[in-house]
Design a protein around this ligand. Structure first.
Ligand SMILES: Cc1cc2nc3c(=O)[nH]c(=O)nc-3n(C[C@H](O)[C@H](O)[C@H](O)COP(=O)(O)O)c2cc1C
Length: 371
């Protein structure tokens, strides 16, 4: 059962929530790339629950330890790069009742159906949100490689518990629109724990999350991500397009139930004249004036920002009693979930979405223009 993706840049994620460690193997990073390990650790730390009230009380340092793939000067040496994050704060007894009675909405039942009871249950096993830690390590490396090519990837909480943030203005690809988008990206990346463009929307989101938590319930939302600085012409038609590569990777993030690019499902309600992005000559090159396409046509980049949104379902581990089945007896059962859980995955998932978009885009760019 490989948990891998990518072609030119291949990533494998391993581990379980309560195994000694989780980690990743990254193959295909160009040799000689300097890895800023401090910046990498700071990026990975953005997904940690910290002391935020919406996050799981399971707190761990989550310091990535690179165990292969670097030379003594801290540059990639061409060999596969492997990194581990130790699991230091596990409490497996909280999950004893899930060995036979699966949580509705989690992967307990499907793991049982696939692995016939041999699956590792505590903490969600291989399906745990902890596996997004190594994804951030791999993606943090891809972000550093992309930054060296002038590509920047940035995400924000676009919606949480039904409360919208100011959206990225990425449909406007005019110089003024791009300058405004750059300003929004700066606002989101100023170090705030709640990554919204509109700080007031962020405050209302936190209130909604705390309200759900007080009712022992959980909430979902949308993460919106842009990639700036991509050249036109990267990607392939049909099955290896930029959308294909990104969507395949983004659906690997636990709890993602929808992915859309540009206007996405909204394009279905537009006419052709409304949805088309007219071209103009800008600095001697052809550029779309608007960007309803989200930076991708025919699976190939247009040179406008790539815009993608991911819908996250609410966390399934709610603290109220629910109907389930005792799988050992095939009898109805009532289930009360224990353990330490997030009230929402959305906020912690912002750097995860950036990481996964960066991995997918680096995979596309490393295969281009040689193909
Ligand atoms: C950052 C992050 C944190 C998560 N934390 C939890 C959690 O605390 N409890 C939980 O039940 N699910 C959590 N999830 C979601 C589950 O891992 C996910 O719902 C489960 O693996 C089933 O997969 P699916 O929802 O993609 O079908 C988290 C997901 C992410 C991305």
């Amino acid at each position: 059962m490989p948990s891998s993706f990518g072609t030119a840049l291949r990533v494998t994620v391993f581990g379980q929530s309560h195994s000694p460690a989780v980690g990743c193997v990254v193959e295909g990073l160009p040799a000689g790339m300097h890895v800023d390990q401090e910046a990498l650790a700071a990026f990975v730390a953005r997904r940690a629950p910290g002391n935020d009230p919406w996050g799981t009380p399971r707190r761990e340092p989550d310091l990535p330890r690179i165990v292969s793939g670097l030379n003594p000067d801290g540059e990639t040496c061409g060999a596969p790069l492997a990194a581990v994050i130790e699991n230091t704060n596990t409490r497996s007894r909280d999950y004893n009742n899930l060995l036979e009675v699966p949580r509705p909405g989690h992967a307990d039942f499907t793991a049982w159906a696939k692995w016939h009871g041999a699956q590792d249950v505590p903490g969600g096993g291989h399906f745990s949100g902890r596996l997004t830690g190594p994804l951030c390590v791999a993606g943090g490396l891809a972000l550093q490689w992309l930054a060296g090519r002038g590509v920047r990837v940035c995400a924000h909480v676009a919606e949480l518990a039904g409360i919208p943030d100011e959206p990225f203005c990425a449909y406007d690809n005019s110089p003024a629109g791009l300058a405004r988008l750059a300003g929004q990206v700066e606002a989101v990346t100023d170090g705030r724990r709640m990554p919204t463009v509109d700080a007031d929307a962020g405050r209302r989101m936190v209130e909604a999350v705390m309200d759900a938590r007080s009712r022992k319930d959980t909430v979902g939302g949308v993460v919106e991500c842009v990639a700036l600085g991509l050249p036109a012409g990267a990607g392939s038609p049909m099955f290896d397009g930029v959308e294909n590569v990104m969507a395949r990777a983004l659906f690997g993030i636990p709890a993602v139930k929808g992915v859309e690019f540009g206007r996405g499902f909204g394009a279905a309600r537009l006419t052709g004249t409304q949805n088309n992005d007219p071209y103009e000559v800008r600095d001697g090159a052809c550029a779309p004036v608007t960007n309803n396409a989200g930076g991708i046509l025919g699976g190939i980049t247009t040179g406008a920002p790539v815009l993608v949104r991911c819908a996250f379902k609410p966390i399934s581990s709610v603290m109220v009693e629910q109907d389930s089945v005792d799988l050992s007896r095939m009898e109805p059962a009532r289930l009360k979930v224990h353990g330490r859980h997030d009230t929402t995955a959305v906020i912690r998932a912002v750097p995860v979405v950036e990481a996964v978009c960066a991995l997918a885009l680096a995979d596309v760019l490393l295969a281009w223009p040689a193909e």
